[in-house]
Design a protein around this ligand. Structure first.
Ligand code: UDX
Length: 437
């Protein structure tokens, strides 16, 4: 099929390359020439494992191209919209400017029988609003909403072999046409058994908000348990193992620590609360305010722990932070708990050096005041306290004895609960983690 993808960020770039790998003819469009230049040269504009290989493989087939020129979408049968929906400045609600712009420029260029497919995370009601306008502008064209559940760091696999497809479509023949078209686009994954649910627009939009809210709630639940464990002298990692053995609960997303961040969960739960308020259902989601508050409290708690291991004052203390990305295998620092803690420590008077395998350039753009050191050994030199804030594999494998030789004081705050406390203490470290004795 001939496919256009508008918006080539984390979602769209991976989607475009994946669709080409599935055998479709794809053009990816973005207004940012830097992104398009990189993608055209086969370079991923951000760190995502497997994406560079996927880009070169797909481009070699001649089925994948990128452009800043929106008129390239003309003649495509399916048009995916993958633009961002960031949080509005000073408000909880989502900023729909990019979604509106993308659809408006598609409305000027699509014809009858073509399908416009929203993948961006939007407030419920957006798809039907767009569909009403499209019906006036291009009768015979159809809108579908097909939310995306990919995780950064696993984006390629999550796009090529997702665990489910959700299609939000209108009633009647138009809906049938949209569902059939999406089935054709995703034929390979459907044949290998990926489940698919066809529903209305509002339900499809809500599936995404509900899924992210559930994940955020699960993380904040275990972090709340961590607070109680700390007060009671219990161990939250053992508690998570034990409750996770109940199939109804499940062990995944029960890692207590510094909490969630990134470009999705924090802003999506806030936008969901804002939208529920507009719909008169705000009471239903007041618990998400607590989920958000528990999550933000983790950051202050880790700053407090750093102060404690530094003997009560942060002023002038040399602190090394391992990891600034919002999670491992990503260079994304949007609402990164790790970068937030590093910045707070610096503002409180500590002398903070940060290191990260991929996220330093993005971190420096957001918070230039910190000292950035790409070499981990250099970053650790003379540290009076070390904070593990993003659990990259190379940090999880650190040896307390080897590390002891590099630092000037053996203080470790393990904010992701990845190390064995007994081993670190045996090596002479003052070791603190989250929700563990
Ligand atoms: C999330 C959803 O998982 C994905 O389905 C959706 O499409 C977009 O949002 P992503 O933002 O890539 O994906 O990150 P995710 O892997 O969900 O992690 C989010 C945050 O939660 C990270 O900061 C991570 O460190 C934190 N986390 C995750 C925990 O603190 N504990 C856990 O047990 C799991």
């Amino acid at each position: 099929m001939r496919i256009s993808v508008t918006g080539c960020g984390y979602l769209g770039a991976v989607h475009a390359a994946s669709m080409a790998k599935l055998g479709h003819d794809v053009v990816g469009i973005d207004v940012n020439p830097r992104i398009i230049d990189n993608l055209t040269a086969g370079r991923a504009p951000f760190y995502e494992p497997g994406l560079p290989e996927l880009l070169s493989e797909s481009q070699a087939t001649g089925r994948l191209k990128f452009s800043t020129d929106m008129s390239e979408v003309v003649g495509c049968q399916v048009h995916f919209v993958c633009v961002g929906t960031p949080q509005r400045r000073g408000e909880n609600a989502a900023d729909l400017r990019y979604v509106n712009e993308a659809f408006q420029s598609l409305f000027d260029r699509v014809g009858p029988g073509e399908i416009l497919v929203g993948k961006s995370t939007v407030p419920v009601g957006t798809a039907s609003r767009m569909a009403e306008e499209l019906a006036l502008r291009v009768p015979g064209a159809v809108i579908a909403w097909n939310p995306e559940f990919l995780r950064e760091g696993h984006a390629v696999a999550d796009t090529l072999t997702p665990d489910r497809f959700v299609y939000g479509v209108p009633a009647g023949d138009a809906g049938q046409l949209a569902a059939n078209t999406l089935d054709e686009v995703y034929a390979a994954a459907l044949e290998s058994g990926t489940r698919r649910l066809v529903t209305d627009y509002a339900t499809a939009e809500l599936v995404k908000s509900a899924a992210n809210s559930f994940l955020a709630t699960k993380i904040s639940f275990i972090n709340a348990m961590a607070e109680v464990c700390e007060a009671a002298g219990a161990d939250v990692t053992e508690l998570a193992e034990a409750i996770g053995m109940d199939e109804r609960i499940g062990r995944k997303f029960l890692n207590a620590g510094l909490g969630f961040g990134g470009g999705c969960l924090p802003k999506d739960i806030r936008a969901f609360m804002a939208r529920a308020g507009e719909l008169g259902a705000d009471q239903a989601l007041t618990f998400l305010r607590e989920v958000d508050a528990i999550n933000m409290r983790r950051r202050s708690r880790v700053v407090e722990m750093a102060r404690e291991v530094c003997g009560g004052s942060l002023i002038g203390r040399r602190i090394t932070v391992l990891g600034t990305a919002f999670k491992p295998d990503s260079d994304d620092v949007r609402d990164s708990p790790a970068l937030n803690v590093a910045a707070q420590l610096q503002l409180l008077g500590a002398d903070v050096t940060v290191t990260d395998p991929q996220a330093l350039p993005n971190s420096a753009l957001r918070f230039p005041e910190l000292a950035y050191e790409p070499d981990m050994d250099e970053a650790l030199k003379n540290a009076q306290a070390v904070l593990l804030l993003t659990e990259w594999r190379q940090y999880r494998e650190l040896d307390p004895y080897a590390l002891a030789a590099r630092v000037s004081e053996k203080n470790m705050v393990d904010a992701r609960n990845v190390f064995d406390p007994a081993k670190w203490r045996a090596a002479g470290w003052t070791y603190r983690s989250v929700g563990r004795p």
